[in-house]
Design a protein around this ligand. Structure first.
Ligand code: ZN
Length: 270
């Protein structure tokens, strides 16, 4: 059975919660006694404890994983590369976001004073389940994936264009909302196609599908893992479709990934 989990705060402590549907409403009924990232891919085998049910939308959610790193792929949709005036890359274009950029579902994105132009980028995000380094060419990399979540690769576009390196543009505090849950891959197949949608104040701004990836997910994972070890819990943001645009103070930005849910954040000026 397909499974979803979240991380949330309960009585001042962080817990991982299994998310189950109760009367059509996503709810947390059990907490996991071990971090899913430490399950070696077998989340269903983890011990759980029952709690009084909490509706997911009423829970105080945290980013659903604690990654050692967040690896991002730039320009992985042709139409998005074109809208920014870039060539389609010959190899995946990689960059990092620091963990200090993470924001919980429902948390606040702060537009930094150092930028005049802060954009949303809705993306499907991979959560690694097993340590992966230089897998053999004929090995299927799917078993290394724990699941999928939504990520907003918030970007200071003016700094990205000016700086050359993207550390400030992609790495400022609050530039990485992620969540609300991690969904295992049973209902989701990014190779076949998963819808990715971004809305600002309810209006649809991006509507993409992972079937339009320039580099398929296995090629991305292999390419990253040729250079560096991917650890359980590490995140891979897979690139954004066309339609990026600015955020203003007061906006509510939502990233929806089919089969995962909706990541919702509000925007303020720093
Ligand atoms: Zn991006």
């Amino acid at each position: 059975m397909a499974m979803k989990y979240c991380r949330f705060q309960l009585n001042g402590q962080a817990h991982y919660g299994l998310v189950e549907s109760v009367a059509g409403r996503d709810s947390i009924l059990r907490i996991l006694l071990t971090a899913p990232e430490e399950s070696d891919g077998d989340v269903e085998g983890l011990r759980t404890r029952r709690i009084d049910p909490i509706a997911l939308e009423e829970a105080t959610l945290l980013p659903p994983v604690r990654p050692s790193k967040i690896v991002c792929v730039g320009r992985n949709y042709r139409a998005h590369a074109a809208e920014l005036g870039h060539e389609v890359p010959q190899e995946p274009l990689l960059f990092f976001k620091p963990n200090s950029a993470l924001v919980a579902p429902g948390g606040i994105v702060r537009r930094p004073k150092i930028s005049q132009r802060v954009d949303y980028e809705g993306e499907l995000c991979v959560v690694m389940g097993r340590t992966c380094y230089q897998p053999p060419a004929d090995e299927d990399v799917r078993p290394y994936i724990l699941g999928y979540t939504c990520l907003n690769d918030v970007t200071a576009r003016d700094l990205q264009n000016k700086d050359g390196q993207w550390a400030r543009a992609k790495g400022f505090d609050t530039s990485c909302p992620v969540g609300p849950v991690v969904a295992d891959g049973l209902d989701l197949d990014p190779w076949a196609g998963v819808g990715v949608e971004t809305r600002v104040n309810g209006a649809v701004r991006q509507q993409g599908n992972t079937r339009d990836f320039i580099f398929p997910l296995d090629a991305i994972i292999r390419y990253i893992a040729q250079a560096m070890t991917l650890f359980p819990g590490d995140l891979i943001a897979t690139g954004t479709p066309e339609g990026v645009g600015p955020l203003a103070a007061g906006d509510v930005v939502e990233v929806g990934v089919e089969g995962v849910g909706t990541l919702r954040n509000s925007v303020v000026d720093e």
